[in-house]
Design a protein around this ligand. Sequence first.
Ligand code: 13P
Ligand code: SF4
Length: 430
Amino acid sequence: MNPTASVNDRIQLIVNGATAEAGVAACSPDLAKGPWEFDAQPPGYGPGSSMGDVIPTGSPVQGGLPTEYKTATNDELHERIRVAKETLGERVVILGHFYQREEVVRHADYLGDSYQLAVQAKNRPEAEAIIFCGVHFMAETADILSSANQAVILPNLAAGCSMADMADIDSVTQCWEELTALYGTEPDADGRVPIIPVTYMNSSAALKGFCGENGGIVCTSSNAETVLKWAFERGQRVLFFPDQHLGRNTAKAMGVPLEAMPLWHGRKPLGGNTAVELAEARVILWNGFCSVHKRFNVGQIEQARRDHPGVRVIVHPECPMPVVDAADEYGSTEYIRKAVAEATEPTTFAIGTEINMVQRLAAQYPQHTIFCLDPVVCPCSTMYRIHPGYLAWVLERLVAGEVVNQIVVPEDVALPARVALERMLAAKPV
Ligand code: 13P
Ligand code: SF4
């Protein structure tokens, strides 16, 4: 393991109060504790960027982890994971998202963004089990796209996503009923229906199923523009959920004026908009956001430009619009990885995305200067729930012939969700 790639050293600064002394709002020192300290105490996302967000009732909770996995050192866990994986061989594949901690990433067979991981889940039919080191909506997607005889395992069931939790099937259905009552269902002269639902990958399987049933589609941050083009060919307007920022940033880049992108506030009649505003809308944005990317601001970019003349600023499209506008470039996690990997000259990069990924890039590409725009480490709380202790546990249970923490999407939900996902996969180029 490359120790500089782990965020643990920076978390120690928080524990020791160094970041508080620097006068910056830091995350909780509880970050240094094991996730099992929090898994047994719902509700809450645990320490990290989304710790202030409200977790919906009924969110999955992780049961107890045997003590041996909580007390083992990182080196012991590493060895146990390695041995279990070797024993299982081709029977298991480990997929890891770029935001996973380094201690987990080092065991992944494939590391990628959410689009790439969905494709990998579909293309690994030889594995009996897919261990998904990421968050719940990604594991659900893997279950929908993989073969029926494969088990998808999420090492910690409490690894959700606070943004995905901001849109639930009941609220979206209510919104859809109001909008269809307003717009009707008749296509225009070009055959385009009044409205198409588009869900970001970061959403429950139920919402993907809703899109499949209502002529809609899924997008990720790497193909949002392609998907919106697909939707505008078939519809006069789009209902985009749950991430308002990805929706706004993408539609704005495609030339949709901001006045034509009203925000839908659940629980208010017509989402807090007038019928005229909605009649003129091209993209209706759900009021969701990512608490990790909300931490980035224009002041940080200005500071980076002052401190590092010539700096290349790249941010994720989940960042608020002013941040994306002030950056030099924006794109998915894979876009960011590729931009760094392909830079031929030593470059200074200021990056607006999750800290585990930024630290890894900095360690992998020492010829560049790479830092996170947010000076205070604050990982995605839920990605961070996948601790190597949980990975060792699910693998060793598999060796013993037991599947634990399986994610199963019921077939009545999976069927329409697969339709929306397959539409996305077919809507190339990415
Ligand atoms: P990517 O699709 O870019 O990997 O993003 C997933 C995510 O959750 C970002 O917060
Ligand atoms: Fe969800 Fe944000 Fe974490 Fe991505 S970074 S999984 S959007 S909370």
